[in-house]
Design a protein around this ligand. Structure first.
Ligand SMILES: *Cc1c(COP(=O)(O)O)cnc(C)c1O
Length: 398
């Protein structure tokens, strides 16, 4: 049996999206050209913009710009902050979290290197930031760094699935006059997003996490919010992101977003029950495990588990031999020997962090697949624990 449980790393193309893109390969015209073929290509791009806007509750499709993906969207926001902060009298304090995706983390660290005051808010044991701590950091009379320029908090975490209360976070940030950004790459299509109701200035999306093609994403920019182009050139995207339109990718994104909106409720309830089946099965068949992340404020498809006394990479490779594909954390972190910064931030400690596996399920996941994992996993953990020298009591305080 072949079981893919790494949907948070990327998702396969939906059949409808694949067919739509193949059809669109015939349209080769430049969507910025003024002739008939160019206008037709452009119509496709604008339809996609409206479809993506609908997924996140953006009332004006023009508030979205297409990018090459989540990493570019996030970097565009931080690059804009760099420009704003360096202006005379510009605010130079940025508040983000200790559990962001590396593309936010590293963009924020670069600003710190450039003299910005960057705060990486800690999280509780379940991966949520504290509103009181955020408000203290937003108050210049109670914290260092002056007034805050930007608050950037991911809507949902890719490794442990914890979902933040973006509406409350944005309200606090707004009250302090700060701009607010959220990386919603993992939230999209799994939990409802409403940029207008949440009051965000910026929101990041990536297409390949919602069953569309790779190499395309979007950045929502509230009308009136500042934005500096990361890529300069032609006048595409209102001059905010130059480069010839990636029509096929964008059209695929539009359809993937529309289908994700349509299916969200049924997807979430189906995945949640698969998650419960996997969780209950692991709890029943494997002694001494720790489930990471928030028990309820969590992505319906994501289950992160620590197996004290077994090593994550060894578990991953053993499962791989049985045809089960999982991750030890984020795709970007695997291959490095560093323990997951996300798990470390939740306080699990390096030993447990090294013994953790992320199961991320998706549209293709079935009960039979979950049961196959539940049959294969327990003997693997038992064998690895017998071979291991790490004491399994590492979980005693969990
Ligand atoms: C995958 C991911 C990204 C990066 O998106 P790309 O389109 O692959 O650049 C950013 N943030 C989160 C939370 C992600 O899961």
């Amino acid at each position: 049996m072949f079981v893919y449980m790494d949907y948070n790393a990327t998702t396969p193309l939906r059949e409808e999206v694949r067919l739509r893109m193949i059809e669109d390969l015939e349209v080769f015209a430049n969507a910025s050209s003024m002739h008939e073929a160019g206008r037709r290509a452009r119509d496709g791009v604008e339809k996609a913009r409206a479809q993506v806007a609908a997924l996140i509750g953006a009332r004006d499709p023009q508030s979205l710009i297409f990018t090459s993906g989540g990493s570019e969207s996030n970097n565009t926001v931080f690059n804009t902050m760099y420009d704003l902060g360096r202006r005379p009298g510009g605010r130079k304090k940025i508040i983000t979290t200790a559990i962001e995706h590396p593309c936010v983390m590293n963009a924020a660290k670069r600003l710190a290197d450039e003299g910005f005051h960057v705060v990486f808010l800690g999280v509780d044991g379940q991966g949520r930031i504290g509103l009181e701590e955020l408000e203290r950091e937003l108050d210049p009379s109670r914290s260092a760094g002056g007034a805050t320029l930007l608050v950037s908090v991911m809507a949902a975490n890719n490794e442990i699935g914890t979902v933040q209360d973006m509406k409350a976070i944005a309200a606090s940030a707004k009250a302090a006059g700060a701009l607010v950004h959220s990386d919603a790459v993992q939230a999209a299509g799994k939990v409802p997003i409403d940029v207008a109701a949440w009051g965000l200035d910026y929101l990041t999306l990536s297409c390949h996490k919602i069953y569309g093609p790779k190499g395309v994403g979007a950045l929502y920019v509230r009308k009136g919010a500042p934005l500096e182009p990361l890529i300069r050139g032609g006048h595409q995207e209102l001059g905010l992101r130059a480069g010839t339109y990636n029509n096929q990718g964008i059209l695929g994104f539009g359809l993937a977003a529309e289908l994700a909106s349509r299916d969200l409720a049924s997807f979430a309830s189906r995945l949640l029950s698969l998650r419960e089946r996997l969780k209950a099965g692991i709890a029943a068949a494997v002694p001494d495990v720790r489930f990471n992340g928030h028990p309820t404020k969590v992505l319906p498809n994501t289950l992160n588990v620590s197996f004290p006394g077994a090593e994550g990479e060894a578990i991953l490779l053993s499962l791989d031999l049985e045809g089960i594909e999982v991750s030890t954390g984020s795709a970007c972190a695997s291959g490095s020997l560093e323990p997951s910064h996300v798990l470390m931030a939740t306080g699990v400690g390096p030993e447990l962090a090294h013994g953790s596996i992320r199961f991320s399920m998706g549209r293709g996941t079935t009960e039979a697949e979950v049961d196959y994992v539940l049959a294969q996993l327990p003997p693997i953990i038992k064998r690895l624990r017998r071979m291991s020298t790490v004491p399994s009591s590492a979980c005693a305080d969990a």
